[in-house]
Structures are given as C-alpha cells and as structure tokens.
Design a binder for this molecule. Structure first.
Ligand code: TXE
Length: 494
C-alpha cells in the first residue's frame, strides 16, 4: 500500500519541506507506518513566520472587522463538525487513542470556535475615570502578533483548538507545530481554514521535530508568543528560550494529580471516577488522576473494588467502539512507562494488577501495557512524584484531611485534583486548600470551552479556555488625549 505523502500549510498553500524529506507516522496499534509527514526545518519556519507576519500586518485579516473574524471562526466550527467523524478516525490511527474518545473530542472541538468566535467582537477597552483634569484616557485590547502554537500527541486537535480559537478571535496570526507523532490530523485540519475563508497566512502549519522546527519557532524574533502544551522538561526549556526574546508564553505541562476518596463518599461513583481518571485515554492525559489517595478506614475495601473494576477493562483495537484501553502512543513513551513499572517495583510498591506489557491476543503488535495498580506507595517514592503518562495508578492511604492535603500538594505539579465526599464542608475546604488549577468534586476529567484550564506550580503558566484565555492573546494599550487646550509646564511630570 502506498502511503499518502502530506504537505505543510504555509501562506495559504500546500508546501513541501525545504529539506525534501518526509518521515513516517506510525499507527500505535499495528506499529506500522501509515502516512508520510514533511520534515520541516528552520527554512520552513522562516517562511511560515514571514507569511504569518505579513498576514498580521498587511493582509485583509488586519482590516477585517471583529464581527467578520468571529463569523470566520464560526464557519470553521461548522466545517469541523461536518468533518468530525473522519478527523477522529485519523487521530486514532495516528495516536492510538480510542475512537470513542476521539469522536467525543472532535464533536466537542467546534464549541471552542463558536465560543471564541462569539467573543471576537466583545473584546472591549475601558474608559478610565482618570485623576488628571483635561485628559481623556482609554484602553485598547490589541492582538500580540504571530503566535507559535506547539502541541503534543495525546489530544492533537483538541489542544490545538484551545490555542487557535482564542488566538484568532483576538486577531493574531498563527504558526502551528503539531507533535511529530501525530501530525496527520493537523495537516488534514489545515485544509478547513481555506474552506472557511481565512485569508492566506493567518494559520500556517509546519511539521517536524522539536529541535528542528519547535526551537527555531520559539526563538524566531518575529514570534510574539509561544502557546505550548507538552512535558514539563520541554516546557522549561521552551520557557528559557522564550525568555531570551522576552516573549509571552502560555505553558500547559504535566501533572501528578491526586484523586482523593474520603470514607463518606458515594463509593460507586468514586470507584468509577478513580478508574476513569487513570485508565481512560490509557493514562496519557495531563490530568490523569495517577495518585489515588484513599482514606484509611475504607482503604482495603476500596482497593478491592478498584481491582475488580480494572480487571474488566477491555483492551484492543482503538478503532473498535467496545475497546476501553488502547495502546501507548509512541515507542519512547511505551519504554518510559515500562521503566516506571520497574522503578516502582524496585522502590517497594506492591503491584496488585498488571505491571507488565499486555500480551492479550487482541492487542496485536501494538504497544500495550496492562492496566496497573500499585499499593503500598509512599509519598516519597518516584512513582508517587513523577509523571508516568500511562495506565499506572499509585494508591496511597491517608489518615485525615490534613494528611490528604499534605500528600496531594506534596509534588512539584499542580494541574488537577479530585475529591470524593458527601460533606459540603469538606468539599469546600479541600477545593480551597488543594494547589491545583482544577479541582473536581464527585466528578473527574470534565473540561469545557467555558471554564479556565491550567496549572499551578510546574504544571504551567497561564490559562486556556473560558474568558481567561482571550486575555492571554491580547495586550493592553493605554491612550491619553489631552483635551485641556493648555500648554503645561514642560519640566514637571503630567
Ligand atoms: O513531549 P514534549 P514528549 C509529558 C509526558 C510525556 C513527556 C514527554 O509525561 O511522557 O511529556 O513527551 C515539541 N522547542 N507530556 O517528548 O517533548 C514537540 O515536538 C520547541 C505531557 O512527546 O513536551 C511536541 O510538538 N518545541 C503532555 C511538543 O513540543 C519542542 C502532553 C511536546 O513534546 C522542543 C505530552 C523544543 N526544544 C507529553 N522539543 C500534556 N501536558 O498533556 C520538543 N518540542
């Protein structure tokens, strides 16, 4: 079978890479290549940034009314909705996540473009009742310029939508670098911008590797802001590079989120929530509830229930709608998860379930790891502190609220947390004291285009989604107009 050879999107037209090289995109279920992705380089980044810059300063985008911009975003949303099933299948082939999950994401992605499309013409400045007589002072909210959007492989289009929708609504232009492991859906998605009627160069897509495309993009002098989702180590490096150019950044990084179950919880709901928090998406989500903190009085019985439910998980082909746990997306990630299984065992954690590659016949030649549950995990172990990004749950007992908070807040991360309790007081106290950008009470893994999302501590900087996100792509200008008609003393501050 010949594989489709893709092109990038630069200045509104398909673009072959300057390197004339392509690399294979590999299907994690079959471990076989299925598409050819352009290997971009600095030369392509330079072309894409130039196109984005020219679209920002010279093209029709600049002069377009905010309402027309919003209408374009909404038209794009309609096109995504019409194409959702096809794009979802492409994502599953590219990253091995369940088709059911990717369909859910693709059907939901249009909402980001409807929401931010609606917001485009509600970006307003203020008139300041300034303390100085004879002066009129007002503010304007202006776009930043060229935005570099850098996205990972786990939810390729969803995480791109979180950046593109507010960036475009605010009037910026974009160069998007998808993950080298999941670029195909991005390149297919790119075709929709032209169909929706976006002027050429407003959105450009350059594919390739982090060091060959990501880094030249981050350090490009004409890029105003970097909106990045990925690992915290890479995020830290990107932040350092961006600092040299004093660029704006939004960083959405990893997590080691605690799912905390109290003895007064609805245990049916809590078992379900803890299992979905770690095994949905094969644990490959930044918000994975990878630490289950269980109140001592119910620890034993709760672990039994977790094991019973986890044992029923159906693994296999992610394209089958009945599959519940799919493969690990990339070979390096698979090896990383296996490493952590070894580390956890060496540290003395007790493997109650899984702990090895899955050899079930339905897993074929994919990179599968059995859903794994460790008990006897101490908060100081590496398995309790480092992001595994796989189907691996660490269970840690706690005695009371104080200890739960201490353990939950005891890592370098702070992306999300779950609390399971029927006590209103406990829900409020915990949601206040947990150091996390999102706290879910009696639910887990809920996100919306309307609600701000982001991390505390090493989980990130800035917020995506909701009203907070638009200000991440704007800068405020203060305009002063003298209306006094007087000529003031030039030697004193006005
Ligand atoms: O991500 P990277 P990787 C975590 C997870 C995972 C680990 C590594 O723990 O095991 O990160 O995953 C681009 N300049 N998360 O290596 O490297 C890269 O090409 C600019 C959490 O796949 O962070 C890709 O497009 N860009 C996470 C993007 O950065 C660079 C999602 C993310 O890649 C670059 C994914 C550079 N120097 C992994 N180097 C989450 N928060 O959801 C790489 N990139």
């Amino acid at each position: 079978m010949t594989m489709k050879k893709y092109e990038m999107l630069i200045g509104g037209a398909p673009a072959a890479p300057a390197s004339c090289e392509w690399f294979e995109s590999v299907n994690p279920f079959t471990a076989a290549p299925w598409a050819m992705v352009p290997r971009g380089s600095k030369a392509d980044v330079d072309r894409a940034v130039a196109a984005a810059r020219s679209a920002f300063y010279c093209g029709s985008w600049r002069s377009m009314t905010a309402s027309a911009r919003g209408a374009l975003l909404r038209r794009l949303a309609d096109l995504i909705a019409a194409d959702a099933a096809r794009l979802a299948e492409i994502e599953t082939r590219d990253n091995g996540k369940l088709l059911a999950e990717m369909r859910g994401q693709l059907n939901y992605i249009p909402q980001w473009f409807y929401y931010f499309g609606g917001l485009a013409d509600k970006i307003e400045g203020r008139v300041i009742p300034i303390d100085k007589p004879g002066v009129f002072n007002f503010t304007r909210e202006e776009p930043l310029g060229v935005i570099a959007a850098i996205t990972p492989w786990n939810s390729p289009l969803l995480l791109a939508a979180w950046k593109l929708a507010p960036a475009l609504a605010a009037g910026n232009t974009v160069v998007w670098k998808p993950s080298e492991f999941s670029s195909v859906s991005a390149l297919e998605f790119g075709e929709l911008f032209e169909k929706a009627g976006f002027p050429p160069g407003v959105v450009n897509i350059v594919t390739g590797f982090g060091n060959e495309v990501g880094e030249p993009l981050v350090t490009h002098p004409d890029v105003a802001k970097i909106a990045f989702t990925g690992g915290d180590r890479t995020g830290e490096y990107v932040y350092q590079q961006a600092a040299r150019g004093l660029k704006h950044v939004t960083l959405e990084l990893g997590g080691k989120s605690a799912n905390i179950v109290f003895d007064d919880a609805d245990l049916d709901a809590a078992v379900n929530g803890v299992i979905s928090g770690i095994f949905a998406a094969t644990g490959q989500t930044c918000i994975a509830g990878s630490r289950a903190l269980i109140h001592r009085p119910i620890h034993e019985k709760f672990v039994d229930r977790l094991l019973a439910l986890a044992r029923t998980a159906r693994m296999g082909n992610p394209l089958e709608l009945t599959t519940q746990v799919g493969p690990i997306t990339t070979r390096p990630q698979y090896e990383k998860v296996l490493d952590y299984l070894r580390i956890a065992k060496e540290e003395g954690a007790v493997c109650q379930l899984g702990g090895s590659p899955a050899t079930r016949p339905e897993c074929g030649s994919g990179w599968f790891i059995e859903p794994t549950i460790f008990t006897g995990v101490r908060p100081d172990m590496r398995i309790a502190n480092e992001e595994v990004f796989g189907p691996v749950l660490s269970v840690i007992p706690f005695a009371d609220e104080e200890e739960a908070i201490r353990i939950a807040n005891g890592t370098v991360y702070g992306l999300a947390a779950g609390v399971w309790t029927t006590s209103m007081r406990r829900a409020l106290v915990m949601s206040e004291r947990l150091e996390a950008g999102t706290v879910w009470v009696n639910t887990y893994r809920a996100v919306s285009y309307m609600s701000p999302f982001g991390g505390y501590k090493r989980s990130g900087i800035g917020r995506e989604s909701g009203m907070d996100a638009i200000s991440e792509y704007l800068q405020t200008k203060s305009v002063w107009i003298d209306i006094s008609g007087n000529t003031p003393n030039p030697f004193v501050m006005r």
